[in-house]
Ligand binder design. Sequence first.
Ligand code: NAP
Ligand code: F7E
Length: 359
Amino acid sequence: MQVHPSALITGITGQDGAHLAEFLLGRGYVVHGVRLYSATDDTQRLRDILDHPCFHLHIGDLNDGGALARLIRDCAPNEIYNLAAQSHVHASFKVPEATAQINALGPLRLLEAVRVLGREHDIKFYQASSSEMFGNAPAPQNENTPFAPCSPYAAAKLYAYWLVRNYRDAYGMFACNGILFNHESALRGQEFVTQKIARGVAALASDRDAPVLALGNLNSRRDWGDARDYVRGMWMMLQRDTPDDYVLGTGQSHSVRDFVNAAFDAAGFSLTWAGIGVGETARCSRTGRLLVRIDPSLFRPTEVNNLIADATKARTILGWTPETDFQTLVRDMIVAAMDDVSHARRDDHWANGNNARFA
Ligand code: NAP
Ligand code: F7E
């Protein structure tokens, strides 16, 4: 009888959870996804795999160590991918303690559960570490760059990063940190800047009365890649014979303003920028329609200015390279956002009594 490898993924309802689950199912894994209890349906990103015979959903919470231990005991996974987090950097300034509970102590609870169950030598562990841990360290950043976190989110992630290294050294666990730079997709949460821009542009392109796109700091630069490339990299880290930490990123950085320009361009608008600072705006070059403005409440108390990955180690040792470039990523996100907008308009149309068959 063929034995399938199995994986337990926390944060299954998030962007990476959904992409990783699909990737692992495609490789013959049995996948156990852990989601928070929710009174509403939070499984939209999983709709294509919910009925897969090798996919199982479980309720769990990184704030509940006992529940995590029972899940690990019952699912007996070969690999654990800890993707669950309070993942929004700006929100972490508003809920720093909750962020630390989930992002710092959550991984501790998982690692302790593995150890207490006596499975530290047969479970491989992946921790979702972040380029935010570099803060404003000079670019490009790699595994040897000193960390300088500048948000409660990044500080909590750094605690977890060191914990993973410590459990590797102290208990011989196969535990890896993937230090991932920003990665996006059509499944990206709507509060992150790329998806906010994609959705905002799609709305403006299809509706003359859509709200102007309000943004914060347009000057910060990020190394944006495609989430599907990055979940493949996570898996590759756990297929090695020895555990280690790896940076994943494209090596290209763009400003938020670059992203805005590329997104409007993909939707057929060309922009004319005017003003400076919080008075900066962008208008449609052809019609003069106001499309972008600045909202000062979206600025963060401290900002990470420029992230660029040096992913030489992942390229050399894992053989990992990203396959999607910036322009393709932006275009794919715009196409998906336009599609969603037109579906929503069609649903509204029928819901408003325009369906002749049921009138
Ligand atoms: P995401 O879409 O925000 O997903 C995070 C998931 O964690 C959501 O499913 C969320 O559930 C869940 N979660 C939150 N609190 C939890 C708790 N107490 N217990 C269990 N689950 C909980 O984030 P993502 O973009 O997929 O990122 C995945 C991981 O990679 C995160 O750890 C993130 O910090 C890290 N990371 C992301 C990037 C990136 O660019 N995407 C880069 C570097 C690192 P709800 O939605 O129900 O709250
Ligand atoms: O912000 C600026 C903002 O929230 C990107 C998470 O996945 O990647 C992500 O963190 C930049 C920042 O992502 C708006 O100030 C301007 O400079 O999309 P973001 P992030 O903070 O880089 C890292 C690697 C993670 O680990 C995190 O989990 O865009 N920005 N205007 C804005 N950002 C948002 N969200 N909204 C705006 O209106």
